[in-house]
Design a protein around this ligand. Structure first.
Ligand SMILES: [Fe+2]
Length: 221
């Protein structure tokens, strides 16, 4: 993962959720009890489609994923902070990191589920939610490409200093997770480390329905 992250700013972890888990999350999309806020993307110019932020306490499976993924990512985050010349040190466990977010006035949960239908898409963006942000996030595809939907590719664009931008189209299967850089990534160059800016989005869904789970590690203000 560290090698992929250094090279391209993203890494795919295959089969993080099984089809039963995926369908449970999809099936709970309309159950209002789980969510604190629903966003209709076209109302904000974010794209087209809908997403819902979970409320605390998160569903068990999601809380477990968020806690379990955090420690190895925090280790890598500290390495990146050093390479980017940042003083920031990320604590080793997620509960301590959330306490740090709360001190910065960020205590609303950010994990979300997104639903794209035919014609829906997500513009290139970053999920920052405040001054305090963890450098990595995870998206898990809950639907099966080719069966549940067509189109709807996960896209990452890296903006490189004094160079043209580069796009990545990430192949994902149902249950796969992509770990990717939220904002900046250090890149080794011939004259030392340079920074690239990353943004992510989803291309237009051409058929069916596509659900994704987003696991963001910082909380929102
Ligand atoms: Fe996002």
């Amino acid at each position: 993962m560290a090698a992929d992250m250094a090279r391209q700013g993203w890494h795919v972890l295959p089969q993080v959720l099984d089809p039963t888990d995926c369908s449970a999350f999809r099936g709970a999309y309309d159950d209002d009890a789980w969510y604190r806020r629903t966003v209709v993307m076209q109302r904000h110019g974010f794209g087209r489609g809908e997403y819902r932020y979970f409320r605390y306490p998160l569903p068990d499976r999601l809380a477990t994923l968020r806690e379990a993924f955090y420690p190895p990512l925090a280790h890598l985050a500290n390495e990146w902070a050093g390479q980017l010349g940042r003083a920031q040190l990320y604590p080793g466990d997620h509960a301590t990191y959330l306490a740090q977010c709360a001190l910065a006035g960020q205590s609303r949960p950010t994990p979300l589920i997104l639903r794209y239908r035919v014609g829906d898409y997500n513009c290139l963006h970053q999920d920052l939610y405040g001054a305090e942000h963890f450098p990595f996030q995870i998206a898990i595809l809950l639907s099966q490409p080719g069966e549940d939907f067509e189109g709807g590719e996960f896209v990452i664009v890296e903006q490189r200093p004094r160079m043209q931008s580069r796009a990545h189209v990430v192949p994902l299967r149902q249950g796969d997770a992509i770990v990717f850089a939220v904002n900046e990534a250090p890149r080794a160059g011939t004259r030392g480390t340079y920074r690239v800016k990353l943004r992510h989005g989803v291309s237009e869904v051409r058929a069916g329905e596509r659900f994704t789970l987003g696991v963001i590690f910082h909380d929102a203000s």
